[in-house]
Design a protein around this ligand. Sequence first.
Ligand SMILES: [Cu+2]
Length: 261
Amino acid sequence: MDANQQPSGDTPSDSSSRAVLNRRKMLTALGAAAMPAVAGCASPSNDSDTNSTTSPPMQPTTTQPQTDSQSIDPRFGYVGTGDSSPPVEADHTVELLLQEREEIPIPEFYFEPTGLAIEPGDTVRFNLPTPHHNINAYHPAFGYTQRVPDEVPPFSSPILGVGEYWMYTFETEGVHNIMCAPHELFGMVGSIVVGSATGPGANPVGEAPAPTEQSRPPEFTAGLVLSDPAMTPENIVDAGAVSWSDLAPESKRPLLTPVQE
Ligand SMILES: [Cu+2]
C-alpha cells in the first residue's frame, strides 16, 4: 500500500496526493519563514527533545526516555508505529489530514474530526496518514493563552511521520483546545471536550496580544476555526463529533499567503 495514500472515503483522491506532497516542499519553506515572523514562540522547545522520529532505527534503547513505553504519559502521551500494539485500546480515533486547495498552494491542514466529545478517562488515538504533524495543548508553558483545564499539564507529542500514531488519555473534565504546532497558523487546531463544556477553553478566542506579550491566543486561521459556530463546546457536546466539513469555508480561509515576487 502506498504510504501516502489516504484512508478511503473522506480525503483527496490518489491522483491529487502527489501534487499535495510536491507542494509540501514549498510549505516547509513557507512555514519556516512565516512562523517566527508572526509568533516566535510557535515551536515548543521540547519538540526537539522528544522527537523520537530522528533517532536512528537501530538504537537499542527506548526512544521515549521520559516515559514507560507501555503506558500513556500525562505529559508526553504514547508514540506508536504501525507495527506496535498500543498499551490500551483507544476509545476514539482522530486523523491528521491535509487537503489541497484549488486557489492557492497551501492545503487545508486539519484534524478529523475537528471537534470531539469524550468522557473523562477516555483515550484518543491520533493517526497520521499524512506527514509532519504533532498534537499539543494550548498551554501557558508553551507560550499560549491557556485553553485547557487548570490541572492539565502541557501535553504534547513529538513531530510524527506517516504511519505513526500518538495516544493520549484525557483525565480532566473540560474543554481541551489542541493544535498541530507546524500547521497551527494554517488552521490545524481542534477541540476535545471532556465531559462538559467548561474551563478556560470554553471562552471565546481572544484578541491578538500586544507584541511584547508572552502568551498568545489562537491566531490567524487557528482563531477562525475555533470561532466557527460548529466548534462551540456546547455544539461539540450535542453533536458528539464535528467534522472539518461541518465548518464554514470562511472559517478555513488562509490568512497567511506566500510572498508574491
Ligand atoms: Cu499538522
